[in-house]
Design a protein. Structure first.
Length: 326
């Protein structure tokens, strides 16, 4: 029993789970009539979808030892591409596929630049963040694009009672399904083992025959696909293509991954922890709204969460760095 408890406590998602329960109980106690309502729980789940899907891709990138600052711009670009496609008369599925393909191309470009030019991922994605935002604005003519959602909005809509067992929106199930696939890939596939190996020690992974460049491009491209899916869900929520959407999303996503046990140094991360980190941030924002905390204070809290998350990551890395030094 003791061994089981110790193993449970060592899981990277255990801390975020405890924090999530504590924060939820706090706000539920302060506003039991509104915050703990089933409708509010469903709404928080929907509001977490975009960050959660992006966090899955970011987890893979950060485990590999990289980072992606362009994810917010990719999500915005996806909404614009989907809206343009619908305006051109494409079917909703074709427009959505076109948006995901555009996002995958952006991710692959990031991977090629990181692997081919050997430039720090932070610098590469800082540049592509601006490039992709500019492309989105140019494609949209620097304005929002109104388009008939043609059913894409149903992915993020409140389900009517007749859907019964689904309980939450299809977008929530999509996020959970993608998370399960990514978690399984990390544990049970050669690709997942290669990601962890590169993030832990890239030089040693290279000497062991791991195709570092190929894995890098694949990981960024996969993260691009996930950001594209998140962009389709964002379009389903907004029902417009907005090139200025998702400003600062990358910070929320990175914070969710770090809160969930991911490391900015690579080699560590948890899909489940990242989901819990994303949900924790949503619960805090929603709870603050319910108790009447102004938006400017909420932005300060978000910044504090990011700083604390990075500080916790540094604290977690100290034993690892000490052991490697010896």
């Amino acid at each position: 029993m003791r061994a089981f408890i110790e193993r449970l406590l060592s899981r990277p998602w255990f801390g975020p789970l405890g924090a999530l329960l504590a924060v939820y109980l706090l706000f539920a106690g302060l506003r039991p009539d509104t915050f703990a309502h089933a409708g509010n729980l469903e709404m928080m789940a929907r509001q977490t979808v975009v960050v959660a899907i992006c966090a899955v891709g970011m987890t893979l990138i950060m485990i590999k030892g990289g980072i992606d600052l362009s994810v917010g711009s990719v999500v915005a670009l996806t909404t614009v591409v989907v809206a343009r496609g619908l305006q051109a008369g494409l079917s909703p599925w074709t427009a959505a596929a076109l948006g995901v393909a555009a996002a995958a191309s952006c991710g692959a470009l990031n991977g090629i630049l990181v692997a081919g030019l050997r430039i720090t991922p932070f610098i590469v994605t800082l540049g592509t963040m601006s490039i992709m935002r500019g492309v989105a604005k140019g494609l949209a003519g620097e304005q929002k694009i109104d388009a008939n959602a043609a059913g894409l909005d149903e992915w993020m809509a409140i389900l009517p009672p007749e859907y019964g067992f689904l309980v939450v929106s299809p977008g929530v199930w999509l996020a959970l399904g993608l998370s399960a696939l990514a978690a399984g890939a990390l544990v049970y596939t050669r690709y997942g083992r290669h990601i962890v190996a590169i993030g832990s020690n890239e030089r040693a992974a290279r000497l062991c025959g791991v195709p570092v460049a190929r894995v890098t491009v694949m990981t960024y491209a996969l993260a691009g696909v996930l950001a594209g899916m998140a962009g389709v869900m964002e379009f389903g929520t907004l029902t417009v293509g907005d090139p200025t959407d998702s400003l600062g999303l990358e910070l929320e996503v990175i914070a969710a991954v770090v809160i969930g046990g991911g490391s900015l140094s690579g080699g560590q991360g948890s899909i489940a922890g990242s989901l819990l980190g994303a949900l924790l941030m949503t619960v805090i924002k929603t709870g603050c709204t319910h108790v009447g905390v102004p938006n400017w204070v909420q932005e300060i809290l978000t910044g504090v969460i990011i700083v604390v998350a990075v500080a916790l990551d540094r604290w977690r890395q100290q034993p690892r760095q000490s052991s490697s030094a010896h």
